[in-house]
Design a protein around this ligand. Structure first.
Ligand SMILES: Nc1ncnc2c1ncn2[C@@H]1O[C@H](COP(=O)(O)OP(=O)(O)OP(=O)(O)O)[C@@H](O)[C@H]1O
Ligand SMILES: [Mg+2]
Length: 322
């Protein structure tokens, strides 16, 4: 069952086309990564789902029901964490969640139990201080607790990890992974390592269009890498190899940093020939036999040889280069 269906949605602001023929869907119990650089239209898409903006054409269904601009009834299925969540700063997290439950008309006893359960889920159960003293990570975690309060079928989080340090991001991703048990999760990001860690499905949004959409495995399979990384035991042997086969590359090892990589913070590129570097890249593996023949003939020891699998970042860069 699809929790969210976005079909052929168009949205313009004046002359500016922000979303064009955008289609994707989020099945239940799925974590869906909505990827796009700044200005790609991620927040606009979320506001359309929440009925805060009107589509120019196309249709959005939440739990099978159509979204209507204005006070849409489909919001009863949705929990929403905006990119910059706002709270009453003088409240404690427990008071805040009780308040949210009261506003939603939940009986006091149920409200208390739910608040306790959620504060435990987001790791704030021992926090007695007021929200005004909270770090950004704590506020994001409280925001998720609030968004989950009404047991939504669809949890929407707008860049929940962007402002967090690596430890905070890991905690938040763990919370989203736990939330998948009860809700489908749609979260936007430009941090591709976050997507690789927890998402089941992804959509790349580029210039208002869904450029690529599907399961992470399917997207990875789209491009089978043909390049090979060769690491020599001794840097001087890498130089010998390079002199014999000038088509080998000294640079271009692009990879995701383990932590903190994002397009906002700049791509993590390991480029250039560093002194003592024993790494080479062979783009066309059809030429591997002649290299192996040379290595054997010269008795040059290899440290490692590995097919270079395309990362999500490689794929994304390909998509936005088109
Ligand atoms: N209310 C508005 N009026 C006019 N233009 C808008 C409005 N809201 C968004 N836009 C424009 O629509 C485009 C997409 O904006 P949006 O906020 O959806 O991008 P985003 O993918 O969420 O970006 P970011 O990663 O920076 O949050 C931008 O060019 C933005 O300037
Ligand atoms: Mg945004």
């Amino acid at each position: 069952m699809e929790m969210l269906t976005f079909s052929h949605v168009e949205k313009h602001f004046g002359e500016k086309k922000v979303l064009q023929d955008a289609s994707f869907s989020v099945p239940e119990h799925t974590i869906f990564g909505f990827i796009g650089k700044n200005g790609a239209g991620k927040t606009t898409a979320m506001k359309l789902i929440l009925g805060l903006l009107a589509c120019d054409s196309g249709e959005i269904l939440v739990n099978g029901f159509p979204v209507r601009y204005g006070n849409t009834r489909t919001n009863r299925f949705i929990g929403y964490l905006p990119d910059v969540p706002e709270f009453y700063p003088y409240m404690t997290p427990t008071e805040y969640l009780h308040f949210c439950g009261e506003v939603a008309g939940m009986p006091a006893k149920e409200c208390k139990a739910r608040a306790k359960e959620l504060l435990r889920l987001v790791g704030l159960e021992k926090e007695r201080g007021r929200i005004k003293g909270f770090s950004r990570g704590m506020k994001q975690r409280l925001g998720i607790a609030q968004a989950l309060f009404g047991r939504p079928k669809l949890l929407i989080c707008d860049e929940p990890t962007s402002a967090l340090d690596p430890a905070g991001r890991k905690e938040l991703l763990d919370i989203l992974a736990a939330a998948k048990e009860q809700s489908a999760v749609l979260f936007s990001t430009h941090i591709l390592s976050d997507v690789e860690h927890i998402c089941d499905k992804v959509a790349f949004l580029h210039e208002g269009r869904v450029a690529l959409h599907g399961s992470l495995e399917k997207i990875r399979r789209l491009r089978k890498s043909t390049s090979m990384e060769i690491e020599m035991e001794r840097p001087e042997d890498a130089k010998t190899l390079l002199a014999a086969f000038p088509y080998l590359q000294q640079k271009g090892r692009t990879h995701l940093q383990q932590e903190g990589t994002g397009m906002a913070s700049g791509l993590s590129m390991q480029c250039g020939w560093q002194k003592g570097n024993a790494h080479l890249l062979l783009e066309d593996t059809a030429r591997l036999p002649e290299i192996l023949h040379f290595l054997a003939g010269q008795e040059l020891p290899i440290q490692r040889m590995e097919r270079k699998e395309p990362t999500l970042e490689d794929l994304f860069l390909e998509v936005i280069a088109k």
